[in-house]
Write a protein that binds this ligand. Structure first.
Ligand code: AMP
Length: 284
């Protein structure tokens, strides 16, 4: 695997690959790679001739009081894991090249960015859209692979691709979990042993919601109540949202239709660590 730090160099390589008729898959990450990231790289490996994993902890998607400066980083190990799992290139640009002093462009996507994560992290999706667009400009992919773990992010990226006529196929891969059901996340590193032990309660709550829907219940408040029932009794957890919504646009009908796919979304603080998760219930 070849590590590239400069955007211009990445573009020359991507253009040359395109000229040779090779398909390119891009897997954007913020590093500190775990099995979730690696499943995306492995899928990209199957689908495209060339796999470019990107590694950039993007400052514009973190709010001022968020964990940008302490976000876990391990460049050496990320190189090893990305290479071993099928990446041909690791594109790891410098912050000052991505955001030089003279920089005047923003991307704002309305609608789907305004609820759930967007309501609690107002600048988050502007930052995500901007960096993903820039990474696509550098890697020029045919396909890009994202994780369902960040469900709302996948809706935002799909919206952007559509609205900005970017000829890129977006693929969404299932969430990789620990044995107890906790979604793998770089931020799990912040959890101590006791917290790691009980963090699976978030997914268990989501599964209660799934069970209720599968038993035929479509009343949104009833679904939301059952998901929060156990978690809200435990003082170690602080729920930001634990709610059901229509999966396609995150709207909140009083009653879901039988034909609606439903997304169950969670953002919960465990101690000082903010964890997100979701469960997608497809209509049958
Ligand atoms: P991040 O490094 O957290 O920005 O994540 C980079 C990509 O990996 C995003 O598309 C995430 O949705 C995806 N991802 C993160 N955790 C998981 C997981 N547990 N399973 C599958 N994909 C994941």
């Amino acid at each position: 695997m070849i590590v590239i730090n400069k955007a211009s160099e990445m573009q020359v390589i991507a253009k040359s690959l395109q000229k040779q008729g090779k398909t390119i898959a891009c897997v954007p990450t913020m590093g500190f790679l775990h099995e979730g990231h690696l499943s995306l790289i492995a899928y990209a490996r199957e689908k495209a001739d060339v796999v470019i994993t990107t590694l950039f902890v993007n400052p514009t998607q973190f709010g001022p009081s968020e964990d940008f400066s302490k976000y876990p980083r391990d460049f050496e190990n990320d190189c090893k894991l990305a290479g071993e799992n099928g990446a041909d290139y690791l594109f790891a640009p410098q912050e000052k090249e991505m955001y030089p002093a003279e920089f005047n462009t923003n991307i704002h996507i309305s609608g789907v960015t305004e609820v759930f994560e967007g309501a609690f992290r107002p600048i988050h999706f502007d930052g995500v859209a901007l960096i993903v667009a820039k990474l696509f400009g550098c890697t020029m992919p045919d396909i890009a692979v994202f994780g369902q773990k960040d469900y709302q992010q996948t809706l935002v990226i799909k919206r952007m691709i559509h609205d900005l006529n970017m000829p890129i196929e977006i693929i969404v891969m299932p969430t990789v979990r620990m044995e107890n059901g906790l979604a793998k996340s770089s931020r799990n590193k912040y959890l101590d042993e006791k917290q790691l032990d009980k963090a699976d309660m978030i997914h268990k709550g989501l599964l209660e919601g799934r069970k209720l829907i599968e038993s035929g219940i479509r009343d949104r408040q009833e679904i939301d109540y059952i998901m929060a029932k156990e978690l809200s009794k435990d003082m170690d957890f602080r729920i930001q949202y634990l709610q059901s919504a229509k999966a396609d646009d995150l709207s909140l009908p009083d009653n879901f239709d039988k034909k609606d796919d439903i997304i169950l979304l969670a953002a919960v603080y465990l101690g000082n660590t903010r964890l997100i998760d979701n469960e997608l219930v497809i209509a049958r």
